[in-house]
Design a protein around this ligand. Structure first.
Ligand code: SF4
Length: 439
């Protein structure tokens, strides 16, 4: 039976590239080396119901149509809109993301990624303070102190610890876990925390305070701190600061516990400051635990295409960026947007109620392999091939390393890249014919 080796898993930001997929009769029948989540994702096209055909909503019902009809309808909606918005594109290839940005430019749209509801504040923090970082390979080989702050890799990134962090055997940590200390900072006693050498179970929303206290201790100002910090005894905070100072190579892997709690990007920029303080004493780095497998790729492509990583507004005819004003939920909550296109994301399941209410009232286009809550309010639904299974492409791992995804089986579905390329051509044709709107 043909086994394809070095397959890339396209679920989480770990982008594990060592999977083994058995393919029989153009079907994946077995996936080796993946975690449960990765196996389900890679075999997904053969396990879950697909959106079989393109569809357009008529009198409240989605009716099947051809790709050409759906793409034309989508282009008409975007060209007719005064303030269109494009969202998502983080579970697809960089090649498709490039086209989504081109389509946004052609139609004078706003375009934003799923970072709007997860690690967006990390990008703002990096713009303010930088992000002293390294590759996961470097971290695997050198790190002897691993801090998971506001994240739960046991469930969200199941192979992170064995491939890159706590259990991984590195060149300078040949005994794996025995050569490393693991700390978890989290208000909950998570399954990751249960395996840690030390858990700092801080009060919810006090991350900024704890980071600030650690900085004070690292900089020799322990005496000014109170006996209780972020709901923790000062002695425990001092103990963590001492562990950090004693490490040969430390790393903070941070999640939405930092980026989506009180303080948001200010907490992220304070982590960067803590890392910089610690680098006066030893070696320390930080990496965001990115969720969607190519949300990092969106930031990369958008930055090199427009100068900005997300929340980009093309309505002025050039890229403008001001998260808080131009983010997806900012414009949806202000009811500013009059057409919406989303791809490889599910805003219907993740957006606040006020945003969803508005999405029900405007024309919406969905490009996706599977039906999800977003399908319920979409007026045009275009099925897409699953990147990394049915088509190839590039994705960026959470440490900004580009990885090439393979095509494993043949399909009749068009890729996101093909759909967007055809939509751009259609938009140009409509604009050339004197249609209203656009950039
Ligand atoms: S850890 Fe993430 S990338 Fe790796 S196999 Fe599991 S889901 Fe896939």
């Amino acid at each position: 039976m043909p086994v394809i080796k070095d397959v890339v898993c396209t679920l989480c930001g770990c982008l594990c590239d060592d999977l083994e997929a058995t393919v029989e009769d153009n079907k994946i029948t077995k996936v080796g080396k993946a975690c449960k989540l990765g196996r389900a994702k890679t075999m997904g096209p053969f396990l879950h119901e697909r959106i079989e055909k393109p569809m357009i909503r008529e009198n409240g019902e989605l009716k099947e149509c051809s790709y050409d009809e759906a793409i034309t309808k989508a282009a008409e909606i975007l060209v007719a809109a005064k303030r269109p918005m494009s969202y998502g594109w983080c579970s697809t290839s960089c090649e498709a993301i490039e086209k989504a940005i081109m389509l946004a430019e052609e139609t004078g749209s706003l375009i934003d990624s799923t970072a709007n509801v997860c690690h967006g504040p990390s990008a703002l923090a990096a713009q303010e303070k930088g992000a002293p970082s390294c590759s996961l390979g470097t971290a695997k080989n050198y790190a002897d102190l691993i801090i998971f702050w506001g994240c739960n890799p046991v469930h969200a990134h199941p192979r992170h610890q064995t491939r890159y962090s706590t259990m991984a055997k590195g060149a300078f940590t040949p005994n794996g876990k025995k050569d490393k200390k693991m700390v978890v900072v989290d208000p909950r006693n998570t399954d990751t925390a249960k395996k840690a050498d030390m858990l700092l179970q801080l009060k919810p929303g006090t991350d900024y305070v704890l980071i600030e206290a650690l900085r004070a201790i690292v900089n020799g100002h322990e005496d000014i701190l109170p006996d209780e910090i972020a709901g923790l005894p000062k002695t425990k905070v001092v103990e963590l600061a001492e562990m950090c100072k004693a490490a040969k190579f430390g790393i903070i892997y941070f999640g939405m516990g930092i980026t989506q709690t009180r303080g948001r990007y200010k907490s992220g920029d304070n982590v960067a400051s803590l890392i910089s303080d610690l680098n006066q004493i030893t070696k320390f780095v930080m990496i965001g635990m990115r969720g969607h497998y190519n949300v990092t790729g969106f930031g990369q492509v958008a930055s090199w295409e427009t100068g900005f990583p997300m929340a980009i507004d093309f309505s002025r005819g050039y890229p403008y960026y001001n998260p808080g004003e131009t983010g997806t939920n900012d414009v949806l909550m202000r009811r500013e947007v009059d057409a919406f296109i989303t791809g490889a994301a599910d805003p219907g399941a993740h957006f606040p109620q006020e945003s969803i209410k508005h999405l029900f009232n405007i024309p919406a286009i969905q490009v996706d392999g599977y039906a999800n809550p977003t399908t319920e309010f979409s007026d045009v639904v275009i099925p897409a091939a699953i990147a990394g299974v049915e088509c190839d492409g590039t994705a960026y791992r959470m440490d900004c390393q580009p990885i090439r995804m393979k095509k494993l089986v043949e399909t009749t579905f068009k890729s996101d890249e093909e759909i967007l390329t055809e939509m751009i051509a259609k938009v140009r044709e409509l604009k050339g014919n004197g249609a209203n709107g656009g950039a």
